[in-house]
Write a protein that binds this ligand. Structure first.
Ligand SMILES: Nc1ncnc2c1ncn2[C@@H]1O[C@H](COP(=O)(O)OP(=O)(O)O)[C@@H](O)[C@H]1O
Ligand SMILES: [Mg+2]
Length: 262
């Protein structure tokens, strides 16, 4: 069984950057291979990880549907065809693999394929000690039960009043949808300097989170977001990296080198 870290929050709050940095820190702790799952239809995790995605699960599902309905799948079961298409979606790097969900199902929901997708993701992810999911804000990928639960659920928000309200709504939504998680971390990202403590106590009370973490506005991260190499060149002394690393320790992920990678 993998340890699932699912990251969600409104667009532009920094969730893809944080997902990529968590992948990086897991690798540094010796927890590779890590499975990165881009579950945001507006996929960007590939560029944050410095790799290129050629095929998405959404497109694989559509192509399978088209081939099957055109009768081009003779001799191969629909399941085998879909599995072959899904295999094309996995981008393999040295210490991590990336799979990209792409567009969610359209109006004519292809439930059979969604069920297969769910099975295949479960099968693929069971081969990795850790999976990191970059989700869309609405928790739909979690609620569609493609991924049923997270060991560590992370909400990312901007420090505006509206951003903080969104976190409270996400937490209510997670409860309504009965999303299971072992621990919850709330990250308030891009805090102006000198303003690190303000929203923390309020969010801690409102969400019952295990951790509320403020990450500063950081010039190095903003700069890295403008190039194509992903988060890899970031310096290990970067304060955002240190805080995310501490979160992994607090969540009990101490790393294979110390013998405790589940
Ligand atoms: N703490 C930070 N300081 C400065 N820039 C940041 C920080 N976190 C994220 N960014 C930048 O903000 C932009 C949006 O981040 P991104 O991770 O793509 O957000 P999301 O996935 O939530 O849409 C990116 O250009 C990224 O480099
Ligand atoms: Mg994103």
């Amino acid at each position: 069984m993998s340890y699932f870290i699912a990251i969600t929050g409104k667009g532009g709050t920094g969730k893809t950057t944080i997902a990529a940095l968590i992948v990086k820190q897991l690798i540094e702790r010796g927890c590779s291979p890590v499975l990165a799952v881009d579950a945001d239809p507006n996929n960007c995790l590939d560029s944050a990880l410095g790799v290129e995605v050629k095929q998405t699960l959404g497109r694989a599902r559509e192509e399978t549907r088209e081939l099957a309905s055109a009768g081009m799948a003779s001799g191969v079961s629909k399941m085998q065809l879909l599995e072959m298409k899904i295999a094309e979606c996995l981008v393999e790097a040295d210490d991590f693999d990336l799979i990209t969900m792409g567009r969610p199902e359209g109006p004519g929901c292809y439930c059979y394929a969604n069920n297969v997708l769910k099975e295949v993701i479960a099968k693929i992810s069971s081969q990795y000690p850790y999976a990191v999911l970059d989700n869309e804000a609405g928790l739909e990928n979690l609620s569609r039960r493609i991924i049923q639960k997270a060991d560590l659920l992370v909400f990312v928000a901007d420090p505006s009043r509206q951003g903080l309200t969104t976190v409270k709504r996400l937490q209510e939504l997670a409860q309504e949808m009965k999303i299971q998680y072992r621990s919850l971390a709330v990250i308030v990202n891009r805090l102006p300097s000198g303003d690190l403590q303000r929203p923390m106590d309020e969010l801690l009370n409102a969400t019952g989170a295990d951790w509320v973490i403020g990450l500063p506005e950081n010039g190095e991260l903003a700069e890295l977001g403008r190039n194509d190499n992903g988060v890899w060149p970031i310096s290990s002394s970067n304060p955002v990296v240190s805080q995310l690393d501490r979160l992994l320790t607090d969540a009990g992920i101490t790393g294979r080198s110390r013998g405790v990678c589940p």
